[in-house]
Design a protein around this ligand. Structure first.
Ligand code: UD1
Length: 423
């Protein structure tokens, strides 16, 4: 397995471009199954999760054409199978989202229950309840969900029990081809959901209210092809900004959208960073200063994203002062804490491992570390860049799921980082 080798102690300086948002692109790829014509998605990041979704589409017999700029063209009407198998779905939770589009367009789908990051149990009860509310017949056997509907799905009024990003996207996609007007309440409001809704509207869907907690979908009989460009990845962009803050550096992330990162930019300002938003991106300047500790609570958008909690934890670990970091979205999302403590941080977990109390220390020391989820892994890379000495980060296949060309991009900012390939 590949490792990253990092020589710590360099300030990040320079410019880097944000890639397209993984969490938008994945859903648009699933949504392409709804269309009768070719769907072209541009600015798709070159990531393992994207490859997994393309493999799933390929396994259904769907024709997928990818050009050298990662513009992907999907022809759903070439479909030959309605089954997404365990070996593909288990590696990534988002692959479960092919279920609704297959069902809505072709009346049937057999999809394995998902796997994904090791961050809590992550059930799909809201997805299944939503599809049932739309009239789907759902059976579970041998780890598979078997869904069918005679004719079209039927519009419904459905309220999610809590905010779920994937659940909102899944039911919104399925409802586009339902008969009548569907109203979804207590929806998640993440920018990727809005991006997906706009992609569906470009295919001929009639969706309003995306970005609020009530989404209304007027069902249409069919959807056509379209061409869409994925928004910039707010999590990747913010990861570079946090890394710059933690190393006392100055970094501009081109194409990053400040509107999607309001609370994160506020927290970085509180940490002592100077933030400048320009037409083409966001610049952070720490002016060589040590960050100040900032407390935060993760919660659904527009609150602080759980996907940036681990990165902020590293910044806090070397900050001046103490901070409380509360995780409210996922159970078991503090696995990086023990690794950062092994590098000399002073973090203790309380409240059944949902609250981290971080006492900032002057510096971290290098150590061999490993992580078992995507965002935890990148936080250890930031810790390695901050630390004195040489750090190796193992199991970086997690990073490759969500960060495009991570070592090239960090090297372009001055980091001393190399991939050691295993044979
Ligand atoms: C998406 C993002 C992920 C991010 C998360 C929260 C993608 C591919 N992934 O994940 O990066 O961390 O949003 O912002 O877009 N839950 C249930 N039952 C359900 C659905 C969810 O109990 O049917 C729970 C989950 O276990 C979790 C919480 O609800 O504790 C939020 O999950 P959800 O918002 O659905 O996250 P994902 O869509 O999986």
């Amino acid at each position: 397995m590949d490792k990253l080798y990092i020589k710590g102690g360099t300030r990040l300086e320079g410019e880097v471009r944000a890639s397209g948002a993984k969490n938008s692109a994945l859903k648009m790829l699933a949504a392409s199954l709804l269309a009768d014509g070719p769907v072209i998605i541009e600015n798709v990041p070159h990531l393992r999760d994207i490859t997994t979704m393309i493999e799933i589409l390929g396994s259904l017999g769907v024709e997928v054409v990818i050009d050298e700029k990662m513009s992907i063209e999907i022809h759903a009407n070439t479909i030959k199978s309605y089954t997404a198998t365990y070996d593909l779905v288990k590696t990534m939770r988002a692959s479960f989202l092919v279920l609704g589009p297959l069902l809505a367009h072709f009346g049937q789908a057999v999809v394995s229950l998902p796997g994904g990051c090791a961050i809590g149990p992550r059930p799909v009860d809201q997805h299944l309840r939503g599809l049932e509310a739309l009239g789907a017949k759902i059976e579970m056997s041998e780890g598979y969900v078997r869904a069918s509907v005679a004719g079209r799905l039927q519009a419904t009024k459905f309220r999610f029990d809590f905010s779920t990003v994937g659940g909102t996207e899944h039911i919104m996609m399925a409802a586009t081809l339902a008969e009548g007007q569907t109203v979804l309440e207590n929806c998640a409001r993440e920018p990727e959901i809005t991006d997906l809704a706009e992609c569906l509207n470009a295919m001929g869907a009639d969706i309003v209210g995306q970005g609020t907690d009530t989404i209304t979908i007027n069902g249409v009989a069919s959807l056509q092809g379209c061409k869409r460009r994925v928004i910039a990845d707010r999590v990747e962009a913010a990861t570079f900004l946090i890394a710059a803050a933690a190393t006392g550096g100055r970094v501009k992330v081109k194409e990053a959208c400040a509107e999607h990162l309001e609370i994160v930019l506020d927290k970085l300002t509180e940490a002592g960073a100077e933030i400048t938003v320009t037409e083409d991106g966001i610049e952070l300047d720490m002016k060589g200063r040590r960050p100040k500790a900032v407390s935060l609570v993760t919660a659904p958008y527009p609150a602080f994203p759980t996907d940036l909690q681990a990165q902020m934890m590293v910044m806090n670990s070397i900050a001046e002062g103490a901070a409380n970091v509360k995780e409210t979205i996922f159970e078991n999302r503090f696995m990086h804490v023990h690794e950062i403590n092994r590098m000399g941080a002073n973090i203790r977990l309380e409240e059944n491992n949902t609250l981290a109390i971080v006492e900032g220390v002057e510096s971290l020391q290098a150590a061999p570390v490993m992580a078992n989820d995507l965002r935890a892994s990148i936080s250890l890379v930031i810790a390695g860049m901050v630390a004195q000495g040489d750090t190796t980060v193992e199991r970086i296949y997690h990073i490759d799921r969500g960060y495009e060309q991570v070592e090239e991009k960090l090297r372009s900012l001055g980091a001393n980082i190399e991939r050691i390939q295993s044979r």
